[in-house]
Design a protein around this ligand. Structure first.
Ligand code: CA
Length: 540
């Protein structure tokens, strides 16, 4: 027997209003304008990755800075649940800000300060305070694997080694004397003494810290305490797989030590590690450290499931891949919070591969409806593309606030600013209800009104489900709540039954149309246009 599906939304009930639809058609606006934000105070967030030097420049020196970020916080999250003109992210990942000779600042000379290009520690404290007001958790990029060639301790270490002393500062690093001209793999030569070599896997400007020495651990404990005391929610840990090159077990042990050390200082510390690998054995080994999150690189980038499967319409491949990833990682530690993203500062921008606005929106709907934490690279919500150069600086160019008035921000090392958006800057896209930016706002609104999406456990649809070509999805179960995420990645509109064994007594909690057409629901029949997403919700 078919039941009449009353289109009464969970959010409508919570606000005391009831919405019925006589013709069985509901609109996205109906749902989201009335949605009630519900963001528990835990480790789950919609993170936004800011490249500090390129985001917003407060003093017109061409370099983005901390005061610039503060001035734009209301765009990211204004802290007022009743307004809808902010993006709706709930956490920030700030790229490295500590003093460093490079523009990218992944080679640190002082782990206890802010680079003067970006501001001061007072500015940082102000940023944390302003983020706290808005419910934004801040994690900072911490580089535990290597420092700058110019770090004073490394300079002292080299000088001592040149004098034959390997028991002083040299112990913080992997510095050796070689008898012949053989340079070990991953090492570079001291420019002042060709018999002295030091481990530096990334570049001769980035000597590696030695974690076999307790003094190194003591130092990083102090560094962590310094920033935790200043109010960070946690750390994005750079290059964790290199802590012990090609030795995942030992790197995982070092991570475990660091995570537990920080947890003693701050019980709810959040940590996400960068381990750029598609090798699931390595990922599960690293998750044995107990770290909350590792970035899911196998899902990201142009060849990753989010972008590749959206472009090819391979919904089954996408959902199988996600289920497999969730199951394997959570078998190591049920508290794992996977970290899903499209691209980051080391990859060509998502806009390069997606190109069309509807594909950029659909990719957003796909990765922003996953469990765990999501990471959105600044400008992705504008469809920004990589500059023609294609090198690292070209992936880290100025945020476009107003495409009619381009900012003079060239801190990434490219001496011009282009409008590389797909539909204009923030100003233009806020004013266009069909913009990519407004679509991202809808996605975050769904995450912020349905806490069980981020926190849920993923499971597969029953074999009996048949949504037609291109339609598929998965369940997310969290306590008494079950969400059914359905995407149509096909070229055709599909109308299908939600049978009792798929879900009963559900309400529609979210609707996203990335292209044309309208989502509609009548009785237990659901119509999903090509490139659309529906979130159904049932409560036990
Ligand atoms: Ca500046």
């Amino acid at each position: 027997m078919k039941r009449v599906l009353a289109l009464v939304f969970a959010l409508a009930i919570t606000t005391g209003a009831l919405f019925f639809s006589g013709c069985g058609t509901v609109t996205t606006e109906d749902l989201q304008e009335n949605a009630k934000v519900n963001i528990p105070d835990d480790k789950y967030n919609n993170y936004y990755q800011i490249w500090v030097g390129s985001f917003c420049d407060s003093d017109d020196d061409g370099i983005g800075d901390l005061q610039g970020i503060i001035s734009q916080l209301d765009y990211l999250n204004d802290g007022d649940d009743t307004t809808d003109d902010d993006l709706g992210v709930t956490g920030l990942w700030l790229s490295p800000m500590m003093p460093s000779p490079s523009y990218h600042k992944y080679d640190v000379t002082d782990y206890y300060n802010i680079d003067e290009q970006f501001g001061t520690l007072d500015d940082f404290d102000e940023l944390i305070k302003e983020c706290d007001k808005r419910g934004l958790d801040v994690i900072i990029d911490l580089v535990p694997n290597h420092c700058s060639f110019q770090h004073p301790w490394f300079q002292k270490a080299l000088k001592e080694a040149e004098q034959g002393n390997f028991d002083g500062y040299a112990k913080y690093f992997n510095i050796e004397k070689v008898e012949d001209d053989t340079i070990p793999n991953g090492y570079n030569v001291d420019p002042n003494d060709s018999s002295i070599v030091y481990e530096s896997n990334f570049s001769d400007q980035m000597p590696e810290w030695n974690y076999d020495y307790e003094g190194t651990k003591d130092e990083f404990e102090k560094i962590a305490k310094f920033w935790i005391d200043r109010g960070v929610a946690g750390f994005r840990l750079d290059a964790v797989r290199y802590i012990y090159m090609d030795e995942a077990d030992k790197s995982s042990d070092a991570l475990k030590w660091f995570y537990n050390t920080c947890k003693e200082m701050k019980d709810d510390i959040y940590m996400v590690g960068e381990d750029w690998t598609g090798d699931m054995n390595e990922i599960t080994t690293m998750y044995q450290s107990g770290i909350d999150s590792l970035f899911s690189f196998s899902m990201a980038d142009s060849s990753g499931k989010f972008i590749a499967d959206v472009v090819s319409g391979a919904i089954g491949d996408l959902t199988d891949g996600l289920l497999n990833y969730e199951t394997k990682t959570k078998s190591v530690n049920e508290n794992v919070i996977n970290a899903y993203f499209l691209t980051n500062h080391d990859m060509s921008r998502a806009g390069d591969f997606l190109e069309e606005q509807y594909l950029e929106k659909m990719a957003a709907a796909v990765y922003l409806m996953t469990p765990g934490n999501t990471f959105t690279y600044y400008g992705e919500e504008l469809g920004m593309e990589t500059y023609d150069e294609g090198d690292d600086p070209a992936k880290r160019t100025a945020m476009i606030w107003d495409s009619d008035n381009l900012p003079n921000v060239t801190a990434c090392g490219i001496d011009r600013v282009e409008d590389n958006t797909n539909g204009g800057g923030v100003k233009q896209q806020l004013a266009d209800e069909n913009s990519i930016l407004n679509f991202y706002k809808q996605c975050f609104k769904i995450r912020n009104t349905c806490p069980g999406i981020a926190r849920g456990t993923m499971s597969a649809l029953p074999d009996s489900f048949n949504g037609g070509d291109g339609v598929g999805g998965y369940y997310l179960t969290y306590g008494d709540d079950t969400y059914l995420i359905l995407h149509n990645l096909g070229d055709e509109e599909q109308t299908f039954e939600i049978t009792e064994d798929v879900m009963s007594d559900y309400k529609i909690a979210g609707m996203l149309t990335a292209k044309d057409g309208e989502i509609s629901a009548e009785n237990n029949s659901l119509t999903m246009p090509s490139y659309s997403t529906v979130v159904l919700h049932s409560t036990k």
